[in-house]
Design a protein around this ligand. Structure first.
Ligand code: C6P
Length: 412
């Protein structure tokens, strides 16, 4: 994959990093799976929105409100094009991936699932793609079934098929694990789920920022992701849903703008996607997300994947030289998508994180909101470094240098 010269790579590294004002060289940021930093174009777009366009969208008939509405709907079209949805009616703005997944669990699962049905998820799910299904199962009497992957996170087609039956009505699965970094074969699993008449929910929180995701090609019924993990502001997220499913689902939240007509006795609902966007929306966030997507597209996923793979490979190769460091999941960097979670013999992950902090390297320690996966891996907590498109070889080597100090600083 190393298709560009060293010199060209270094020049590109500096160019991308210079777009992110917070990355001023005083620290090394490797917690991108938790949230990403924001480029100038996103900061400028949000600033411009509040400076020149801000009004309550879809409500006022005056010029500013119309401009605010146009900005919001333009952002929706940017998202539609980005994930290749058939229509903007299938793009619902939410607060984050968590809210998107809850929307499906509350609106779809609680309406259409019943006792005797099964909801199929995996042990590697983030709590946000687990707890909504636990609660939906409790509310409907459906059974929640967990796919047990292989130790490195692999789920084969045969394994997946062995869990499928006519009882399974809904499958929810992450495309990329936030701990193991492995990628699930969503296209194959969605096809099999459909053979059995189940709907397929894809958690794209950790995939959408790193690989091209085409909802029509994957043929998923729902896709959830967060803006803040793809260089956009916090507080804006996306739910993609197939139109025929969204049409028959009841609203999730009730209030302003999601109605068609209200009487004292009841109400009828607005058309898609507004039926699912109750209350005043996050227009500035949507505008920021649109700018972030345009920025990512201008660099292109081919280059992003190449850059992130190169750094993951460098990081893992250096880590694998240290016998007291153990990487969770596959030993092959192709199966990590920029996420490298590890333990260090004899050192608690919180001490590891504190020592990294002393070295001005930002990484995450803990259970990463995936406690059942931690249990499956046989460890209560771990440390995780995660790469974004602005990271450089220098960042990786700063991390490795700090990593090498840790055991010594703990008295080994
Ligand atoms: N994972 C991490 O450090 P929100 O919080 O709604 O933006 O994203 C939830 C979520 C859903 N699915 C996956 C696979 C995720 O990784 C996350 C968020 C962060 O791993 C914060 S806990």
């Amino acid at each position: 994959m190393n298709t560009i010269s060293e010199e060209a790579r270094k020049a590109e590294d500096q160019k991308i990093k210079a777009d992110f004002p917070i990355l001023d060289g005083s620290f090394t940021y490797l917690d991108n799976a938790a949230t990403t930093q924001k480029p100038n174009c996103v900061l400028d777009a949000v600033h411009h929105y509040y400076e020149a366009l801000n009004a309550n969208p879809m409500r006022g008939l005056y010029d500013l409100s119309i401009k605010a509405t146009e900005a919001y709907e333009e952002a929706r079209e940017t998202v539609r094009d980005f994930i290749h949805a058939a229509s903007t009616e299938e793009i619902i703005f939410t607060r984050n991936a968590t809210e998107s997944l809850n929307l499906i669990a509350y609106s779809y699962a609680r309406t259409f699932l019943k006792e005797g049905d099964e909801i199929l998820i995996t042990v590697m799910e983030h709590h946000s793609n687990m707890l909504p299904w636990q609660q939906a199962a409790k509310a409907t009497g459906a059974k929640l079934v967990y796919i047990e992957p292989e130790k490195d996170g692999t789920i084969t087609e045969d394994m997946f098929r062995s869990y499928m039956s006519e009882h399974v009505k809904l499958v929810a699965m992450t495309q990329v694990s936030n701990v193991l970094g492995c990628k699930n074969d969503i296209k194959t699993f969605a096809r099999i789920a459909h053979e059995y008449g189940a709907v397929f929910v894809c958690d794209g929180a950790q995939s959408v920022p790193h690989i091209a995701v085409d909802v029509q090609d994957l043929d998923v019924d729902f896709l959830a992701f967060s803006g803040h993990k793809i260089y956009a502001p916090m507080g804006i997220g996306v739910l993609y849903g197939k139109r025929d499913l969204l049409d028959k689902m009841p609203p999730f939240l009730f209030g302003g703008e999601m109605i068609e007509y209200v009487t004292r006795e009841g109400a009828t609902w607005n058309e898609l996607p507004h039926k699912f966007e109750a209350g005043t929306v996050n227009d500035g966030g949507a505008v920021g997300l649109s700018a972030a997507i345009k920025y990512v597209k201008a660099i292109g996923f081919e280059r992003i994947e190449e850059r992130e793979f190169h750094l993951t490979e460098l990081m893992m190769t250096e880590m694998q030289k240290l016998p007291y460091v153990h990487i969770l999941g596959s030993s092959d960097p192709h199966n990590h998508h920029g996420i490298v979670t590890f333990t260090i013999d004899g050192v608690h992950p919180h001490d590891v994180a504190a020592i990294f902090d002393e070295h001005h390297v930002d990484i995450r320690a803990g259970h990463h909101c995936a406690q059942p996966l931690m249990k499956f891996c046989g460890t209560p907590s771990t440390t995780r470094a995660s790469i974004g498109m602005y990271n450089t070889e220098e960042d990786v080597m700063n991390f490795i240098e700090a990593l090498k100090q840790i055991r010594g600083e703990m008295g080994y």
